[in-house]
Design a protein around this ligand. Structure first.
Ligand code: GYE
Length: 342
């Protein structure tokens, strides 16, 4: 074969490969992909030894296992740790108790981990332990929910814009109730960044002719949402006293559906908006129970570990990294359900 033909065939093959690679990308994936092994930093020319994933001991004191979102979040960290080949992921489950999370952070400081990725169960009360981590020279990335502590006490925050999620939910009710109405709110864990932000966002954007009749916490769990909805139904008549429900996550949404059905109420007669976009939420849209599901992406492992490596190497990082999200509707739910990763 002549040299020019070989070059031509090679060029065509390369083009075909890049087209295939482009097609294979998932456009919706909001989490930044961690660099491939070949892109990992090597010893810098300056002589300073650059750390790699193989050097990384990352502490991840998970807040609990309260929801499908949380299960997917934990899986994302564990899978990413394995894929990148980090030295150790120090994982624990605080069972939604701040004191357990604080103890887990303290144990990690004691162990001398490289970085702590902390998903705080509630916003307040982190100053002492964040100060201890800072004094020990261990950078902390606040993951998922926010903290009220001074930003000088941690390196960065990676997570969703919870206020925006609440605002998105409000816009759905504004569209569904142009002539006004009343809604109930089932909120997440009291004092958590996710519940505080979603409640605030709802109030920011809800039209003045839509009232929030009552708000109670279901602690982000399916089990705790059931009695809350039962108590609501004792006090308020669906259709008459309220026409819609804003629910801070899909797990509680499923609990609400259960409670409504058990009381002989067709959930589809009400307008229900939930948050997360889990498979359970998509199924509820397919079944006609949810009218919209505001996405909250739990797949944060790659972004967090990429940032952790930068921190280990003293590289600058963005202090606030927000996940890019959307709203899902029943019309596309059946089509998208099989593609959902969580
Ligand atoms: O929406 C909920 C989980 O903090 C964003 O926590 C997270 C929330 C999520 O229990 O399902």
């Amino acid at each position: 074969m002549r040299a020019s033909r070989v070059t031509l065939i090679f060029t065509i093959a390369l083009m075909a490969m890049s087209i295939l690679a482009a097609c294979g990308q998932t456009p919706a994936a909001p989490a930044a992909q961690a660099p491939a092994a070949a892109e990992q930093p090597t010893a810098a020319a300056s002589g300073a030894v650059t750390k790699t994933y193989a050097d990384m001991t990352l502490c991840f004191p998970q807040l609990g296992a309260e929801s499908d979102w949380r299960t997917a979040n934990t899986a994302s960290f564990k899978e990413t740790a394995t894929t990148l080949g980090i030295k150790q992921l120090v994982f624990s489950d605080a069972q939604q108790k701040q004191e357990n999370q604080i103890s887990a952070v303290r144990a990690c400081i004691q162990q001398g981990v490289d970085v702590i990725a902390l998903p705080p169960v509630v916003e307040d009360g982190w100053e002492p332990v964040l100060t201890e981590a800072k004094n020990a020279g261990i950078p902390v990335i606040i993951v998922d929910r926010s903290v009220s502590a001074d930003p000088s006490l941690y390196a960065a925050h990676i997570g969703s814009d919870m206020v925006l999620e609440g605002e998105r939910a409000a816009e759905e009710f504004n569209k569904m109730f142009p002539d006004g109405g009343a809604i109930l709110e089932l909120s997440g864990t009291t004092g958590s960044g996710a519940a505080v932000g979603r409640a605030k966002g709802l109030r920011n954007k809800l039209n003045p002719n839509i009232t929030i009749l009552d708000t109670q916490t279901g602690n982000f769990t399916r089990a705790e949402a059931v009695p809350v909805m039962q108590a609501f139904l004792k006090k308020y008549k669906p259709g008459t006293d309220f026409q819609g429900i804003f629910i801070h996550n899909d797990d509680m949404g499923i609990g609400v559906i259960e409670a409504l059905k058990a009381a002989g109420i067709n959930p589809g007669d009400l307008k229900i908006v939930s948050v997360d976009g889990t498979r359970g939420g998509f199924q509820a849209m397919v079944d006609g129970w949810f009218q919209a599901d505001v996405e909250c992406n739990p797949l944060l492992g790659p972004q967090v570990m990429e940032m952790a490596l930068k921190l280990m190497n003293g590289e600058p990082v963005d202090r606030e990294v927000l996940t890019n999200e959307t709203v899902y509707y029943p019309d596309k739910a059946a089509e998208l359900l099989p593609t959902r990763q969580y």
